[in-house]
Each structure stands twice: as structure tokens, then as C-alpha cells.
Design a protein around this ligand. Structure first.
Ligand code: NAD
Ligand code: ZN
Length: 250
């Protein structure tokens, strides 16, 4: 493990541009449940019922109950050492550091990360189904059928559900960061949700603006769909391994 940590630190020492893709595992040690439950349910619900536009049309109050519970849970948790290590890494690389996250909990920002691309939206924002306005509501309680303060229509979470496309500008920035980086850190993601996971093969492509592909470093408890693409695999808790790599950097 020590040798792998040194290899990872070494790749980062040589890197000019760094990109990161995080998933639910980055927040697991904060106490936010990850997503792939072995029984195919998400906290007791079928995914189609709580995380698709059809589910919301069928039963918006069930969907809001689910998201209100997630919001309440996130209001009780703190960033963990994995979030903090990534915020420290950004200080070192400044504007040459981009963190794309599939997480919707806002814990990277709470840890001090600045250049965060929320490719799946945020639990902290609402989007109006009528006038489409997006509002930052942080984690205040919203009730079961919250209404838009401007037009009175039903609000929905500003989250990207299954069968929906990613926010265009944010997704373009994430792809650009993956295409231009020298190192991509893949942290706590099962890498099965697309297109987010496609940032990993993008980081390995060569093109005129980046003749050498990026080094991909995976941090996860176990091997995943991303492991075949990883040059370095650090298997264990991200909250323990990421700080060790960042400390090793000096
Ligand atoms: P996932 O639940 O599919 O995968 C989590 C991964 O994290 C697994 O590979 C697991 O082995 C790994 N992991 C768990 N604990 C870890 C730890 N301590 N250290 C390192 N790795 C650890 O999550 P995903 O890949 O992000 O995809 C799930 C989807 O669900 C995304 O679309 C995301 O938007 C959503 N989601 C978000 C949150 C959140 O905001 N925190 C939580 C659950 C789900
Ligand atoms: Zn409205």
C-alpha cells in the first residue's frame, strides 16, 4: 500500500492539471448512505418511484418525502477527511483543479472545495415545474408538496433523475476537465451510472491538446467497473487513503 500511495503522490507531483470524479462513497464516512443497495432498493424505495420523472408525476409527495428525509440527514452530517483532503489538493493546484461530483449533498463545498461541478444537481436547490426558476433553499424543511414562491406551481428537487440529461454547461466543463487533465482521481464511485462514469475513459484518450493520456487513480473499498481503466488502485476507505496521498505530496 505504501508503494501505491507513493506512486499516486508522484503522479500528482508531476501533474499540471488535475480532475476528480467523486461518487457516493466519498460521503459514506460522513454517514450519507450510498446508493447501490444489494436488494436493488434505495433506502427502501424502488428507484423508479423516487428518482425518475415518471415517479414524480405519479406521486410527488412520496418523492418529496424521500428527498426531505435525505435533506434532513445531510443537515446532520459533516464533511469527512476525504472531502477535506480534496479541498487541500485544490489549494495546491488552484485553477488547474476541477472536481466533478455525482453527489448532491454539498459536502465538498462545505469542506472548502471551490471549483465543484455538480453533474447530478443538488439536494439544496429546488426547481419550479412551472416557471423553471431554480432556487437555493439550503436544507430548510420544505414540506410534502412545496410550491414556487413566484408562480405557485409545484417545486421539484434540482436533481438529475434517471432518464434525464445532465445540465449541459456543467457536463461540458466536466468533460473538458477530464480531457485536459494529467491525473484523474476517481473516488468512491461504482462507475455504473452513465454518462458521469464516461469521464474515466475520456481521461484516457489522447488528442492534439493532450498527447499523453491522464493517469487514473481509483480510490474505493473494492474494485469497480472503473478498475480496468485505473493505473493505480487504492482499495480501502477514501477518508483514510486520500489524506495519506495528499500528506505525502508535501
Ligand atoms: P454508488 O452508491 O453506486 O457507489 C458507491 C461506491 O463507493 C461503491 O463503489 C463503494 O464501494 C464505494 N465506497 C463506499 N464507501 C466507501 C469509502 N468509505 N471509501 C471509498 N469508497 C467507498 O454511488 P455512485 O457511483 O455515486 O452512483 C450513485 C448515484 O446516486 C449518483 O447518481 C449520485 O447522484 C447518487 N447518490 C448521491 C449521494 C450523495 O450525494 N452523497 C448518495 C447516494 C447516491
Ligand atoms: Zn415558479
Amino acid at each position: 500500500m505504501e508503494a501505491m500511495i507513493e506512486q499516486a503522490a508522484n503522479a500528482l507531483r508531476k501533474a499540471q492539471r488535475v480532475a476528480v470524479l467523486t461518487g457516493a462513497g466519498a460521503s459514506a464516512e460522513s454517514g450519507v448512505p450510498t446508493f447501490r443497495a444489494s436488494d436493488g432498493l434505495w433506502e427502501g424505495h424502488h428507484i423508479e418511484d423516487v428518482a425518475t420523472p415518471d415517479g414524480f408525476r405519479r406521486d410527488p409527495s412520496l418523492v418529496w418525502k424521500f428527498y426531505n428525509a435525505r435533506r434532513e440527514n445531510v443537515s446532520r452530517v459533516q464533511p469527512n477527511p476525504a472531502h477535506i483532503a480534496l479541498a487541500k489538493l485544490e489549494v495546491r493546484f488552484g485553477g488547474a483543479f476541477t472536481l466533478a461530483t455525482q453527489n448532491v449533498d454539498g459536502l465538498h463545498q462545505a469542506a472548502g472545495s471551490i471549483n465543484v461541478l455538480e453533474v447530478h444537481g443538488s439536494l439544496r436547490r429546488t426547481r419550479c415545474t412551472g416557471c423553471r426558476c431554480i432556487e437555493d433553499r439550503e436544507l430548510e424543511p420544505l414540506g410534502e408538496l412545496p410550491e414556487c414562491p413566484r408562480c405557485g406551481a409545484l417545486l421539484r428537487p434540482d436533481i438529475v433523475w434517471f432518464h434525464e440529461s445532465l445540465p449541459e454547461r456543467i457536463w461540458q466543463e466536466a468533460q473538458f476537465a477530464a480531457a485536459m487533465c494529467d491525473v484523474l482521481l476517481v473516488v468512491g464511485t461504482s462507475a455504473v451510472v452513465h454518462p458521469a462514469a464516461s469521464l474515466i475513459p475520456i481521461a484516457r484518450q489522447v488528442h492534439d491538446d493532450r498527447p499523453t493520456r491522464a493517469t487514473v487513480i481509483e480510490f474505493n473499498l473494492t474494485k469497480t467497473d472503473a478498475s480496468d481503466y485505473a493505473d493505480i488502485g487504492l482499495y480501502g476507505k477514501a477518508g483514510e487513503l486520500l489524506p495519506r496521498v495528499v500528506e505525502r505530496l508535501g
